[in-house]
Design a binder for this molecule. Structure first.
Ligand code: RIB
Length: 329
């Protein structure tokens, strides 16, 4: 049986455009209208099929849970999700969990109570068991930045391990010979994979020792504290890979206070690509396609709500090295 994706592909327009056409909600060009109508006819995409997928849309609201709305990564993600939701006629309810499992659980209850049609979750503390209430209620979930290996929850991540390797390789190529790593919460696969990438490149070198890895929490203050400790333990370190840009910003502050020049004495690279233009020196980073991640999360959620089949459960996006002043001067 034809799906909305088949229609969009054959008509040469996005799923969002087909959705706007079906919902009679938002702009669709005359050419697109004609192409969609023709394909619907050709594929026999019957009105009852349409009715069933639309029937999934009960309250036209979806939940978005993020751990820290003050981290610029999440407003950028939320912006993309909201833009995409808007084209589908959905409203997004934002839930900032402050990285607190109890608050997260309360939000899940609230979203269930409000009968949202689906939820996008980015969390440093969520566990498979926390989703059982949603699963029992048949509420589709899209997970960001984390993969539940034993579960069939759809998750979107980036090439985190490759990103960790790229960061370490970049520092080595620039001549660093004692590189420290500030890792993020070990509770999520994204963070663990970045560290695994760093270790894959560093572990075989003559300078590596496990105490060059400092454990932190994806915050500026966490990055600052961890950098101070790493400097105390390894005053001769000459490179730092922080698992996100906020921790890299904290590391820059600690290095500056310790009188180290970046990049001359110590080269620093982060992860995310959140565009912290106010930092001096400007931060090198492993950039994630944040907007694309958010948009895809909403596209996938709408497909799940519409009970489409054949949706990939583990979708991985590429990362890119962006070299700026903190490594290349
Ligand atoms: O900076 C926030 C971090 O949380 C990002 O790296 C993102 O991938 C998420 O894990």
């Amino acid at each position: 049986m034809a799906t909305i994706k088949d229609v969009s592909k054959l008509a040469g327009v996005s799923v969002a455009t087909v959705s706007r056409y079906l919902n009679k909600n938002g702009y669709v060009s005359k050419e697109a209208e004609l192409a969609i109508a023709e394909v619907i006819e050709k594929l026999n995409y019957r009105p009852n099929t349409i009715a069933r997928s639309l029937a999934g849309k009960k309250t036209a609201t979806v939940g978005l849970m993020v751990p820290d709305i003050l981290n610029p990564f999440f407003p950028e993600l939320a912006r993309a999700i909201e833009d995409a939701a808007n084209t589908y006629g959905y409203t997004v309810m934002l839930c900032n969990t402050d990285n607190d499992p109890a608050k997260e659980q309360r939000y899940i209850e609230t979203l269930l109570h409000k009968q949202v049609d689906g939820i996008i979750i980015s969390s440093y503390t969520i566990q498979p068991g926390h989703l059982s209430g949603l699963q029992k209620a048949g509420i589709p979930v899209v997970l960001l930045d984390n993969v539940f290996s034993s579960d069939s929850v759809v998750s979107l991540t980036v090439e985190n391990k490759r990103g960790g390797e790229l960061a370490a390789e970049h520092l080595l190529e620039l001549g660093c010979r004692k590189i420290a790593h500030i890792c993020g919460p070990l509770s999520i696969t994204s963070s663990r994979d970045r560290t695994a990438g760093f270790e894959a490149v560093s572990a075989g070198t003559d300078w590596f020792t496990p105490s060059l890895i400092g454990y932190s929490d994806f915050t500026v203050s966490g990055g600052y504290r961890t950098m101070k400790k790493l400097l105390a333990d390894h005053p001769d370190l000459d490179g730092v890979f922080a698992s996100n840009d906020l921790m890299a910003a904290g590391a820059l502050k600690a290095l500056s206070e310790a009188g180290r020049c970046v990049p001359e004495d110590v080269k620093v690279i982060g992860f995310d690509g959140i565009g912290l233009e106010m930092l001096s020196p400007e931060l090198s980073t492993i950039a994630q396609p944040i907007y694309e991640l958010g948009k895809t999360a909403m596209d996938v959620l709408v497909a799940l709500i519409g009970k489409e089949t054949g949706i990939e459960t583990d979708q991985v996006f590429p990362v890119t090295l962006t070299a700026k002043q903190s490594t290349v001067g």
